[in-house]
Ligand binder design. Structure first.
Ligand SMILES: [Zn+2]
Length: 363
C-alpha cells in the first residue's frame, strides 16, 4: 500500500477529497488527493499499485477496483472524518461520454460494453456494505458510495499534465502576448495515446474519440496497421518500433543502451524522435497548439528523443518561418498522471473548481 505524502501542517483544511484509479491492461494504480478552499490539490495517499491479469474477467477487475477504492476510502475517512469524497476511474478504453460505458477496449476485454459507473458504484457499495449515495447529495465517506466519474486514460493523463504538471519552458516567443494554454499531449507506449487540452478542459470530440493521433498516416508506403491503414504514426514511434530499431525485444533495454551512449541505441532513439517530430508537425498544422507534452515510457529518453523531434517539427511545420513553433517538453507527472487526472475530473464533475496543485507547482 502507499504511504501518506501530504502533511496538513500549515495548510488550509481540505474541503473535499477524491480517489483516482488508473486501470491499465496489467495493473491498477491508485491514490487520493485533498482539495483546499482555493481549489488546489494535494496528494494525500500515493500510491497503490495492484497488478492484475483480469483483462478478460470484467467482474473480477471491477471487484479489484472496488476493494482498492474501499481501502483508500477507509484511510481517508480515518484521517478526515466527514470530508466529502468522490472517485474517478481512468480506463484504457473508449468511453461513451454520455453514459460512461466502455464502448471498446482492446486492453480491458472484460469491460467492453459494460456500464462502468453503475458497475463500479454497485461493486463498491457491496464491498463497503453501504448504499449508493444519492446523486444530488455530496457523498460523505462511508455514509454512502458515490458513482465514479469514468474517463479515458489518455484524457485523464492529459488533464493532469495540463492542470498539475510542470508548465515547462515559457512561450516560444516572449515578445508575443501570452495565449490561453492549448496543450497537446502525446503519450508513447505500446501505441500512441493523446489529447488536446484547451485552457484546462480536455477536448474529447463529438463521440469521446478525439486524440487517436497514433493512427494518422505518416508514411503511406509504410507497414500495415491493425487499424486497417498503412504507415500509422504509432508504428513508427511506439515502444515496439524503438525496440526493433535497436535490435531488442522490448523498449527498456533499447532505452538503457541509448542513455548509456551505445551508438545503435542512440541512433534508434534519434530516428524514433525524427518520426515523432514529423507527426507533431502534422498535429501542429491541424490543431495549432501552444505546446506539446510528451509522456509514456519512451519519454524517459528526454532530449535524446526530443531534440530530433523538435528539429523535424521546426522543419515541417507549415508556415514555420512565420509562426511560433510550439515548445516540446517531457511530461512531468510520470505514471501518476492517470489516477491524478481521474481524481481531478471527478471533483470537477461533482461541482468543485480545481485550479492547480499545491504540491507540483502547477498554476
Ligand atoms: Zn493504425
Amino acid at each position: 500500500m502507499g504511504q501518506g505524502m501530504g502533511g496538513s501542517a500549515g495548510r488550509a483544511a481540505p474541503v473535499a477529497a477524491a480517489l483516482g484509479l488508473d486501470v491499465g491492461g496489467g495493473a491498477v494504480k491508485a491514490g487520493a488527493v485533498l482539495l483546499d478552499a482555493r481549489g488546489r490539490l494535494e496528494p494525500f495517499l500515493s500510491e497503490v499499485r495492484v497488478n492484475h491479469h483480469l483483462e478478460a474477467d470484467g467482474a473480477g477487475l471491477t471487484a479489484l477496483c472496488a476493494r482498492t477504492a474501499r481501502d483508500l476510502f477507509g484511510r481517508l475517512d480515518t484521517a478526515w472524518p466527514g470530508l466529502p469524497v468522490v472517485w474517478g476511474v481512468s480506463a484504457a478504453a473508449w468511453i461513451d461520454p454520455d453514459s460512461g460505458a466502455a464502448v471498446f477496449s482492446p486492453h480491458l476485454m472484460g469491460w467492453r460494453h459494460r456500464p462502468l459507473p453503475a458497475d463500479l458504484g454497485a461493486a463498491l457499495a457491496k464491498a463497503t456494505g453501504l448504499p449508493l449515495a444519492a446523486e444530488a447529495a455530496l457523498p460523505r465517506p462511508l455514509d454512502g458510495v458515490p458513482v465514479p466519474a469514468v474517463v479515458n486514460d489518455a484524457d485523464a493523463a492529459a488533464w493532469a499534465e495540463a492542470r498539475l504538471g510542470d508548465p515547462g519552458m515559457p512561450s516560444a516567443d516572449p515578445a508575443r502576448p501570452a495565449r490561453p494554454d492549448r496543450m497537446v499531449m502525446v503519450a508513447i507506449g505500446t501505441g500512441i495515446g493523446g489529447a488536446l487540452v484547451q485552457d484546462g478542459a480536455v477536448d474529447i470530440g463529438a463521440h469521446g474519440m478525439a486524440g487517436e493521433y497514433g493512427h494518422m498516416t505518416v508514411d503511406p508506403s509504410g507497414l500495415p496497421c491493425p487499424c486497417g491503414n498503412t504507415g500509422c504514426w504509432e508504428l513508427l514511434v511506439s515502444a515496439e518500433a524503438l525496440a526493433a530499431r535497436a535490435g531488442h525485444a522490448s523498449a527498456r533495454p533499447a532505452l538503457d543502451d541509448a542513455l548509456s551512449g551505445d551508438p545503435r541505441g542512440v541512433r534508434a532513439v534519434q530516428e524514433t524522435g525524427r518520426w515523432l517530430g514529423r507527426g507533431l508537425a502534422t498535429l501542429a498544422a491541424v490543431l495549432d497548439p501552444t505546446r506539446f507534452v510528451i509522456g509514456g515510457g519512451v519519454a524517459v529518453a528526454g532530449d535524446l528523443l526530443l531534440d530530433p523531434a523538435r528539429a523535424e517539427l521546426a522543419r515541417h511545420i507549415p508556415g514555420g518561418r512565420r509562426r511560433p513553433v510550439p515548445p516540446v517538453t517531457v511530461a512531468s507527472l510520470g505514471n501518476r498522471a492517470g489516477w491524478l487526472g481521474a481524481a481531478g475530473v471527478a471533483l470537477e464533475r461533482a461541482g468543485w473548481s480545481v485550479t492547480g496543485s499545491s504540491a507540483t507547482g502547477g498554476n
